[in-house]
Design a protein around this ligand. Structure first.
Ligand code: KIV
Length: 279
C-alpha cells in the first residue's frame, strides 16, 4: 500500500520529519523507494537534471507524464506527486484542471504540484475540489526564473516575507495538502511552518520546516554543481567514474569480457560448424 497524503499530514501532526526526494526514471525511483523515501516528487527539475537545460521552462506536459508514468510503474510504496510544468495551469482554471486530470489518469500519480502564490489559490481550490491532491510551491519558483532574476533567495524583506506567509495561508485554505518552501529565509520558513496545519517541505529554507525536499542527483554526488542548499551524502559520481574507467581499461587490456559473459557453442555444435566452414 502506498503512502497517502494523510500519512504525510500525520507525520506533521506527530512531528516526524518528512524526507522528500525527486526521481525521474526507473533507476532513481527504485533507489529512492529502497532507501525508504515516503514521498517522491517527479519534479520539472528534470528539465535541468535529465535534459540539460538551464531552467525547467521548456519541459512539456507530455514529458512530465512520460516520467511520471515510469516512476509510478516502478515503485509500490511511496506517494508519487508530479509537477505541472510551465504554463500548463496558469492560463485558466479549466486548463489547470485538464492538465492535472491528464497527469492523474495517464501516470497513476497520487497528486500534482504547482508553483505560485495568492494568484494560484483559486486554481488550487478548483483542482482539489475535483478530487486531485495538490502540493503548493512558494518562494523561489523555478518556472518564474526570469521574473525572479535567477536562483535568488525570496522573501528577504519584511513585506515580501509577509506576502509569502499570506500566500501560504491562502494555499492551505484552498486545500493544498502540503506546501514546498523554496529558498526563503530560515525565520520566514519557521513562522510559516508554525502557522500552517499542512506540512511545509523546505528546500534551502532551513531546518524548521516539517520536511525537506532535495534533487536526487545533488545528494549522491551526480550533479555538475552542488547547490548551497544540498549536501553530498555519498559520492556515486566518483564511484561510477571509477567503475567505468575500470571497464574501459578491461576492454583495452582484453580482460573483459571473459567466457563467463557470453554463450558458446556445445562441443558437438562447434565441430559441426567448423566442418561446415571447411566445406
Ligand atoms: O522540480 C523540482 O524538483 C522541485 C523541487 C526541487 C521542489 O520543484
Amino acid at each position: 500500500m502506498r503512502t497517502t497524503l494523510y500519512d504525510i499530514q500525520k507525520m506533521k501532526a506527530e512531528r516526524t520529519p518528512i524526507p522528500v526526494l525527486t526521481a525521474y526514471d526507473a533507476t532513481t525511483a527504485r533507489i529512492a523507494e529502497t532507501a525508504g523515501i515516503p514521498l517522491i516528487l517527479v519534479g520539472d527539475s528534470l528539465g535541468m537534471v535529465v535534459q540539460g537545460n538551464e531552467t525547467p521552462i521548456s519541459v512539456t506536459l507530455e514529458e512530465m507524464i512520460y516520467h511520471g508514468r515510469v516512476v509510478v510503474r516502478t515503485t509500490k510504496k511511496p506517494l508519487i506527486v508530479v509537477d505541472l510544468p510551465f504554463m500548463t495551469y496558469k492560463i485558466s482554471a479549466e486548463q489547470a484542471l485538464a492538465s492535472a486530470a491528464r497527469v492523474m489518469q495517464e501516470t497513476g500519480a497520487g497528486g500534482v504540484k504547482l508553483e505560485g502564490g495568492l494568484e494560484v489559490a483559486p486554481t488550487v481550490y478548483r483542482i482539489v475540489q475535483s478530487g486531485i491532491p495538490v502540493i503548493a510551491h512558494v518562494g523561489l519558483t523555478p518556472q518564474s526564473y526570469h521574473q525572479q532574476g535567477g536562483w535568488r533567495v525570496q522573501g528577504r524583506e519584511a513585506t515580501a516575507a509577509n506576502a509569502l506567509l499570506e500566500a501560504a495561508k491562502a494555499l492551505e485554505a484552498a486545500g493544498a495538502f502540503a506546501i514546498v518552501l523554496e529558498m526563503i529565509p530560515i525565520t520566514v520558513a519557521k513562522v510559516i511552518s508554525e502557522t500552517l496545519h499542512i506540512p511545509t517541505i523546505g528546500i534551502g529554507a532551513g531546518m524548521h520546516t516539517d520536511g525537506q525536499v532535495q534533487v536526487f542527483h545533488d545528494l549522491v554526488g551526480l550533479s555538475e554543481r552542488t547547490p548551497k542548499h544540498a549536501q553530498h551524502f555519498g559520492e556515486a559520481g566518483e564511484v561510477m567514474v571509477r567503475a567505468l574507467r575500470g571497464y574501459a581499461e578491461a576492454v583495452q587490456g582484453r580482460t573483459f569480457p571473459t567466457e563467463a559473459n557470453a554463450a558458446e557453442l556445445s562441443d558437438a555444435a562447434k565441430q559441426a560448424f567448423e566442418d561446415s566452414l571447411n566445406g
